[in-house]
Design a protein around this ligand. Structure first.
Ligand SMILES: [Mg+2]
Length: 344
């Protein structure tokens, strides 16, 4: 019992037995109020008082600004001191995240791009990161099982558990990523789309630009080195992933976990463009019908350090956490437990 009361670190996928949820009664799934005459606070004391919230106000068509204020109000109602800082331009989130002295948690309102920026700005001694999702894909929020209501998010920030999260780090730049990096077709779509992007993204726009990019797409030849061993010089598409979710219904790396100290690397080998499309069909079939469609030209690997290069010299774009990140070569490694994030 004592162990259950003390605050600790939750491993990914573990279900918190603490927290304010009410116990189920005899497994029937309905509850009749708390069985124990103890307030949730006794189980899970509010450990975070001073909270910094960094909001990208244009994220989610203005939803971010409203949500940030509602969460701040909820936190203040819980007795927390809240500093709310809004970004005005790219780079602000990173700069604001650099000043975390005296805060018990730093929170970030926006999409996966804003979370990535904040993670890159956090100093090594930073408090845990809270995520208030308001972007388009919010892969991280889906992966963490965050709820959308301001009250639930405030509770997670003030009283939620901490989860250790493996960080991807690109070398030699030191750019961090939380979700994935890739080179190949999806990185090309991200590059083309972001070059024309105006304001917030909607999911259908990815679909549209995906089709448009496909018309002129040429399958690259990517060299792949995993933990110092060369795997191939003829890869068509490489996904380096920390999480199974990719965005929307798509799952390319089903066994990737953010706390196992390694990346799941998916390599598509086929040189034919039509096989790129088959990847998407396979992912959609899997989502819609639960059918696991095995692609014969796709292999999966676990690795801690990954080097990619263009084997025939053509420029091959790279995306990191859904944002364009230049072109190959790419050199990335994992820092196990590199950061802490807050979960319900
Ligand atoms: Mg992993």
């Amino acid at each position: 019992m004592k162990k259950a009361i003390s605050a600790g670190t939750l491993r990914f996928g573990e279900v918190s037995s603490l927290g304010p949820q009410r116990p189920r009664v005899l497994g029937f799934g309905f509850s009749q109020g708390p069985l124990l005459p103890l307030s949730p606070r006794l189980y899970n004391p509010p450990v975070r008082r001073r909270i910094k919230i960094i909001a990208n106000p244009i994220s989610g068509r203005g939803r971010a600004r409203r949500l940030a204020r509602r969460v701040a109000d909820e936190l203040r109602a819980r007795g927390c001191d809240v500093v709310l800082a809004e970004t005005a331009q790219a780079g602000d989130a990173r700069r604001l995240a650099g000043k975390t002295g005296g805060f018990d948690a730093v929170c970030c309102v926006g999409g996966d791009g804003t979370v990535n920026e904040v993670a890159n700005g956090l100093p090594q001694t930073a408090p845990p990161l809270g995520i208030i999702p308001s972007g388009t894909a919010n892969v991280l929020a889906v992966e963490l099982g965050l709820r959308r209501s301001a009250a639930a998010l405030a509770r997670t920030i003030a009283e939620g558990r901490e989860l250790t999260w493996d960080l991807g780090v690109e070398r030699p730049t030191g750019r961090k990523f939380l979700l994935f990096a890739s080179a190949g077709y999806d990185a090309e779509v991200v590059r083309v789309f972001h070059a024309r992007r105006r304001g917030p993204i909607q999911q259908w726009q990815y679909f549209w630009w995906g089709l448009k990019s496909y018309v002129d797409y040429e399958v690259p030849r990517i060299g792949v080195e995993l933990d110092g061993c060369e795997l191939t010089r003829r890869a068509a598409w490489v996904q380096i992933s920390n999480v199974s979710a990719y965005g929307g219904p798509l799952v390319f790396t089903p066994r990737a976990r953010p706390d196992d100290g390694a990346f799941e690397v998916m390599v598509q080998h086929s040189p034919y463009k039509r096989d790129v499309m088959r990847m998407f069909w396979a992912a959609i079939l899997q989502y819609a019908l639960g059918i696991e469609y095995r692609m014969r030209d796709v292999t999966f690997h676990q690795a801690r350090r990954i080097r990619l290069w263009s084997a025939d010299g053509r420029p091959v774009p790279v995306q990191i956490d859904g944002d364009p990140a230049g072109h190959l070569p790419f050199d990335g490694e994992i820092v196990p437990g590199g950061m802490r994030v807050l979960v319900p």
